[in-house]
Design a binder for this molecule. Structure first.
Ligand code: TLP
Length: 369
């Protein structure tokens, strides 16, 4: 009998729990473009309070939230500084350029973290040849960095330097609550260093849709205009805000389970010859590992895993990413590790399968009952 499909591709794949669905079904709604959706208003108030900000704005996605923030802080012909592997720079189609005429200047980090001194000298002087440097964007936890949490003092020092030098700061906190649970440092403490903070409800928190941007009343007033321009003005948004509100109120502490499961997964992967954790130490719910070249391309291994009912994603080069979340149990992680060990063993004993990549099917089809 085939086992359950274990989907570790992302923490975005969760389904709403029955209790969350009940909250969604019962949500009071109104037209949010008229500011009349009570559930959206409540979500925005609760989030602003959680982050210690004056106001917040519910938006459909993390990408929109980040792009509204960039547009708030930079005009056309201006630039922001960011870590080279960050989501805003790599995975949003250069929307800052496409939508807002803004340029990004990436700073290389180690697993997503750079040092404050690396920014020194990066603010461009006033000169008609040059763009103007306006903003620093950080990402915490860092996705490509393997779920790394920014060391608090380093993040504080970067933001202090930015503000002392007249720059604004934005946090892509798609997984900020993972950092909160991993460190015990409250969200508002992290958030106090930023002019705007974006959080996602649809990742580890397990809501079906939605992100939010928080900041001062003035900034969020402007953010509403940008949201409308980007087509993100929503009507009876309470239906989705209810899932986000439920997630914020009930799914933060439980992220600790995801972190424990990620540890278990990492320990299992570390035992499999030919696989190497990268980064070696897992801090939150993201596990990234490197596949030895002799085992063939990472894509081929991912394909073979999928055929055995375990889903992960190729993460560039020889890297694979696996993310734990609300719908992944300890048992699922054990199953994933067993399957990974079997597939690696198969590739070792059948080098032609490794070389042929995805052409050679391994085992039964995915998740077949
Ligand atoms: N990340 C997704 C993919 O786009 C890679 C994932 O599966 O991790 N900031 C960060 C740090 C993110 O990881 C993501 C999504 C976003 C922003 C964008 O959020 P959405 O998908 O809601 O636009």
């Amino acid at each position: 009998m085939s086992e359950k499909l274990v989907d570790l591709r992302s923490d975005t794949v969760t389904r709403p729990t029955p209790a969350m669905r009940a909250a969604i079904a019962q949500a009071a709604v109104g037209d949010d473009v008229f500011h009349e959706d009570p559930t959206t208003n409540e979500l925005q108030e609760v989030l602003a309070e959680t982050l210690g900000k004056e106001a917040a704005l519910f938006v459909p996605s993390g990408t929109m939230s980040n792009q509204i923030a960039v547009r708030l802080h930079c005009r056309p012909g201006e630039e922001f500084l960011c870590e080279a592997g960050c989501h805003i720079y790599n995975y949003e189609q250069g929307a800052y350029a496409q939508l807002s005429g803004v340029v990004a200047r990436p700073v290389p980090g180690r697993y997503g973290i750079f040092q404050p001194e690396q920014l020194h000298g990066m603010i461009r002087p006033e000169d008609e040849h040059l763009v103007r440097t306006r903003l620093v964007c950080l990402e915490n936890t860092h996705n490509r960095g393997g779920g790394r949490v920014w060391p608090y003092e380093t993040l504080e020092a970067v933001c202090r330097w930015a503000h002392q030098n007249g720059l604004r700061t934005h946090l892509d906190g798609a997984r900020l609550f993972n950092a909160v649970v991993a460190t015990g440092i409250p969200a508002r403490e992290w958030a106090q260093h930023f002019d705007t903070v974006s959080v996602c409800f649809s990742k580890g928190l397990g809501a079906p849709v939605g992100s939010a941007l928080a900041g001062s009343k003035e900034l969020i007033y402007e953010a509403r205009r940008h949201r409308k321009l980007f087509g993100g003005g929503m009507r009876q948004a309470g239906v989705i805000a209810a899932g986000a509100l439920y997630a914020l109120q009930h799914h933060v502490e439980r992220l600790a389970e995801d972190h424990q499961n990620a540890q278990l997964l990492a320990q299992g992967i570390a035992q499999i010859p030919g696989l190497e954790l990268d980064p070696p130490e897992v801090q939150t719910n993201i596990v990234v590992f490197r596949v030895e070249e002799t085992l063939g391309p990472a894509e081929a291994l991912v394909e073979l895993l999928a055929q055995r009912g375990v889903l992960m994603i190729p993460f560039g080069g020889q890297l694979i990413r696996a993310v734990t979340h609300l719908d992944v149990t300890r048992r699922d992680v054990e199953q994933a590790v067993d399957t990974l060990a079997q597939v690696v063993d198969h590739l070792r004993r059948n080098p032609q399968a490794a070389a042929a990549g995805t052409q050679h099917a391994y085992g039964s089809s995915p998740g077949a009952e």
